[in-house]
Design a protein around this ligand. Structure first.
Ligand code: PLP
Length: 229
């Protein structure tokens, strides 16, 4: 192992320890929590290193980057790619082909674009905007029920739950409590939609306390993201 591999292994182990501790403190089982390593801006070689350390869930937020990286890592057949970024309808099919889960369903048109006849429906999460800024991504809470009902008509999609990013300048615990309420709204349409994707480097412990089932952790595991022009 090179020195940087060893550091990566240490950071991964230390985050997993913190996840397990937070889960136990919240009276939850660490096994019920999926830790997604967000690898955006990092090369495919980092994904391969993470895979070697046992990581099977990675996250990306840009279409071009995920499409390139999937090719770049070659045949890691049990690796799951989670798409967590805003998605244009004209890119939806391309992302559907490579992603196991899309966390950013936020409008009826995108549901239609992602929908496709398939043996196995695509797992999607409805992203909810917890801020007052419509530019932040995610459906406004008042439109959540309508979007869930629309998605119920898309037979190529399986809505598994909700996703959100905690707003800046607000206590994440309070935001994640609201998200738990939105998860409940979605379960009125999809009773088995139990997933809650929430929690990043700065707030994953608060997310675990609020019931998150899927954490999206980048820099705490990968180290700082390389700057791109
Ligand atoms: C980048 C990103 C993350 C990870 O952020 P970190 O603060 O590096 O852990 C999580 N979710 C989304 C949607 C992201 O774009």
């Amino acid at each position: 192992m090179t020195e940087s591999d060893a550091q990566l292994a240490d950071r991964l182990a230390s985050i997993d320890d913190r996840i397990a501790a937070a889960a136990r403190q919240a009276g939850r089982s660490p096994e019920d929590i999926t830790r997604i390593v967000v690898t955006k801006f990092h090369p495919a070689s980092l994904v391969e290193e993470l895979y070697g350390l046992g990581v099977r869930d990675v996250g990306e937020n840009r279409v071009q980057e995920v499409l390139e990286k999937v090719v770049g890592v070659g045949d890691l057949s049990d690796l799951r790619w989670h798409f967590v970024g805003q998605l244009q309808t004209n890119k939806a099919r391309a992302v559907r082909r490579v992603a196991s889960v899309i966390h950013s369903l936020d409008r009826p048109k995108l549901a239609d674009a992602l929908d496709a006849e398939a043996e196995v429906p695509l797992d999607v999460l409805i992203q909810v905007n917890l801020t007052d800024d419509p530019g932040r991504g995610g459906v406004a809470p008042e439109s959540l029920s309508a979007l869930a009902e629309h998605a119920a008509g898309c037979l190529g999609l399986r809505v598994r739950g909700v996703m959100a990013v905690a707003p800046l300048g607000e206590e994440p615990a309070a935001a994640f409590e609201r998200l738990a309420g939105h998860a409940h709204t979605v379960r009125r349409v999809f009773p088995d939609a139990t997933w809650i994707s929430a929690g990043m480097t700065g707030d994953f412990e608060a997310a675990i306390h609020a019931g998150a089932t899927h954490l999206r952790i980048g820099t705490a595991i990968t180290g700082p993201r390389p700057v791109r022009g």
